[in-house]
Write a protein that binds this ligand. Structure first.
Ligand code: 3PG
Length: 398
């Protein structure tokens, strides 16, 4: 991959694909990590007197304009963070937008409106790509969070661009996630959680070939334990994955990978209620879960055991929370793991799902080596897949 500082961009007009798909409450951005993470590339390009045309998607817009998915709040936040005006275009193509892009001078920034307001984006359409790319000379991809989507701005823009390169964020994600998995300093421990085995199967299978030990939490652990005959009450399980779960346990044994499952948990008797209304009903061993109970977090004995497994690690990759942390009553297991990982003298990589939210809520974000800006993208990366954005960039540069 060619990085933005490896080609001559001086004074040029750049089309930079960022991922400003940020969480919103109305028009308030509740987490601007992705906008802040794009700053190094933008500041570098500004220092080279470039004119910056930025583009992104936001939310699940369905190929037509939808004001609740406007990128205007992101443009405003970027303007505050970067300390200059960020002009907002009415669309990502069309005469008015093109005129704004054409009039853009060195050091100026234009934010295009949501790419998903046009069906061509998710369809990967080449004509759509040509029209948007006609506004700039160089394509820069810095949108790691979207790198797993074969959408136009990921694969067709570089195919029609005169010149393309990767931004600093894309390269940083590639380096940290890639190196952690391919050339980790050992011992290498993966911590995997979240609700479903089904969404983590690829990650578990790929990482089993790389790690020295794996610790499991979240409702996903229930499926592994139920597959071995444990009774898990009314907890979330995926019975059709019992065989897969048993195969993973067998494979771990054959490969000599330590595979650790919870031994105790925090339960509730409020099965069926919304999570926010569920109350904790104490800690029980996994071997004695009452039939009416639902498991919502790992217990303190498990956290202590996991601390022992993680302590010798030199590399830790963490994806997925240990429990239903959205309710504070069931967040302790995830917070304790965050403290264990943060306190360890290891390279710590956090990525996928809500793990970054856990780490931020625990106040430990600056204690981790690297927090990925990708949800689905970092999981697919950890599955060992080649992401469409990386493939397209390589092809465009060859
Ligand atoms: C993400 O938040 O995972 C990316 O921005 C991709 O968004 P999407 O899931 O709507 O494609």
């Amino acid at each position: 991959l060619i990085r933005i500082d490896e080609i001559d961009i001086s004074g040029k007009k750049l089309l930079i694909r960022v991922d400003y798909n940020v969480p919103l409450r109305g028009t308030d951005i509740t987490d601007d990590l992705r906008i802040r993470a794009s700053l190094p590339t933008l500041q570098y390009a500004l220092s080279k007197n470039c004119a910056l045309v930025l583009c992104s998607h936001l939310g699940k817009a369905k190929g037509a304009p939808d004001p609740k998915f406007s990128l205007a709040p992101a443009a405003e936040r970027l303007s505050e963070l970067i300390g200059r005006e960020v002009k907002m275009a009415p669309d990502c193509l069309g005469e008015e937008t093109k005129a704004m892009a054409a009039a853009l001078g060195p050091g100026e920034i234009l934010m295009l409106e949501n790419l998903r307001f046009h069906p061509g984006e998710t369809a990967g359409d080449r004509d759509f790509a040509k029209e948007v790319m006609s506004m700039a000379e160089v394509y820069v991809n810095d949108a790691f969070g979207t790198a797993h989507r074969p959408h136009a701005s990921m694969v067709a823009f570089p195919a029609v661009a005169k010149q393309c390169c990767a931004g600093f964020l894309l390269m940083k994600e590639w380096k940290f996630l890639g190196e952690a998995v391919e050339a980790p300093t050992r011992p290498f421990v993966a911590v995997s959680g979240g609700a479903k085995v089904s969404s983590k199967l690829g990650v578990l299978k790929n990482l089993l070939d790389k790690v020295d030990a794996m610790v499991i939490g979240g409702a996903m652990a229930n499926t592994f334990l139920a597959a071995q005959g444990y009774r898990v009450g009314k907890s979330l399980v995926e019975p059709d994955l019992y065989q897969e779960a048993l195969d993973i346990l067998k494979a771990a044994k054959e490969k000599g990978v330590g595979f650790y499952l919870p031994v105790d948990c925090i339960i509730s008797y409020d099965a069926g209620k919304p999570l926010a209304e569920m109350r904790p009903a104490g800690q029980v061993p996994f071997a004695a879960i009452p039939d009416e109970a639902v498991v919502l977090d790992i217990g303190p004995v498990t956290a202590g055991l996991y601390a022992l497994v993680i302590e010798p690690a030199k590399t830790v990759v963490w994806n997925g929370p240990m429990g239903a942390f959205e309710n504070q009553a069931f967040a302790q297991g995830s917070y304790t793991l965050a403290h264990i990982i943060a306190g360890n003298n290891a390279v710590s990589i956090v990525g996928g799902g809500d793990t970054d939210v856990v780490v931020h809520q625990a106040g430990l974000a600056d204690k981790m080596t690297f927090i990925s800006t990708g949800g689905g993208a970092s999981l697919e990366f950890l599955e060992g897949k080649e992401l469409p954005a990386f493939k397209a960039l390589k092809e465009c540069q060859s």
